[in-house]
Design a protein around this ligand. Structure first.
Ligand SMILES: O=C(CO)[C@H](O)[C@H](O)COP(=O)(O)O
Ligand SMILES: [Fe+2]
Length: 224
């Protein structure tokens, strides 16, 4: 794996051929599969649950699966996703009454844990849990739908979180999700992100390899 991880969001895949779509995007060079779980309560859309994650494992997908939980309450789904083969589980602080407990629950189930911050969620929720975080995910759109435009103030937020991570000394991935494309990925990386979720920018293209290669080419211009 390179230092920069590309994580296609299957939200924009063809669900009728999901196993094949995931296999294809991995052969095209994806590092991680981003799995968006929506409950039509925390966010105004409904997607899929842990059974689909297990089906991907049963189909033979061995790549890391990064589960982005947009559900409230969140705790009861964590054991199911861990059992279904998730590697990373992230959740929104607004969806948990006890953030530290939810992070620990994820870790107790053998997964990497992360917090997801919506565009207007302040950074102070990170303050006393940095030691429990493997990933910080900054939403660069309001959660619920693929295909939205990147919110530019995310760049300032990324810079602030990058400073926070570097000052902490912990090994934490800085992930960005929403509106990431080949033509903005370099700027996003320069602001501090090292893990890039992209749904429509990859799955809307006829050739996933060309789409991912364009992103890698743009990333190769960024100094780490
Ligand atoms: O969490 C999400 C939406 O809530 C998705 O991961 C995200 O929107 C990806 O889609 P796109 O790259 O098309 O913006
Ligand atoms: Fe997501």
């Amino acid at each position: 794996m390179s230092d920069f991880l590309i994580a296609p969001s299957i939200l924009s895949a063809d669900f009728a051929r999901l196993g094949e779509e995931v296999a294809n995007v991995l052969s095209a060079g994806a590092d991680v599969i981003h799995f968006d779980v929506m409950d039509n309560h925390f966010v105004p859309n409904l997607t899929f649950g842990s059974m689909i994650c297990k089906s991907l494992r049963d189909y033979g997908i061995t790549a890391p699966i990064d589960v982005h939980l947009m559900v409230k309450p969140v705790d009861s789904l964590i054991p199911d996703f861990a059992k279904a083969g998730a590697d990373i589980i992230t959740f929104h602080p607004e969806a948990s009454d006890h953030i530290d407990r939810t992070l620990q629950l994820i870790k107790d189930h053998g997964c990497k844990a992360g917090l997801v911050l919506n565009p207007a969620t302040p950074l102070h929720v990170l303050d006393f849990v940095m030691d429990k975080l493997d990933v910080i995910l900054l939403m660069s759109v309001n959660p619920g739908f693929g295909g939205q435009s990147f919110i530019p103030t995310t760049l300032d937020k990324l810079r602030l979180v990058r400073e926070k991570i570097d000052a902490s000394g912990f090994d934490i991935r800085l992930q960005v999700d929403g509106g990431v494309k080949a033509d903005n990925i370099a700027e996003i990386a320069a602001a501090g992100a090292d893990m890039f979720v992209a749904g429509s920018a990859i799955f809307s293209k006829p050739d996933y390899k060309i789409a991912i290669d364009e992103m890698r080419t743009a990333l190769s211009t960024v100094k780490k």
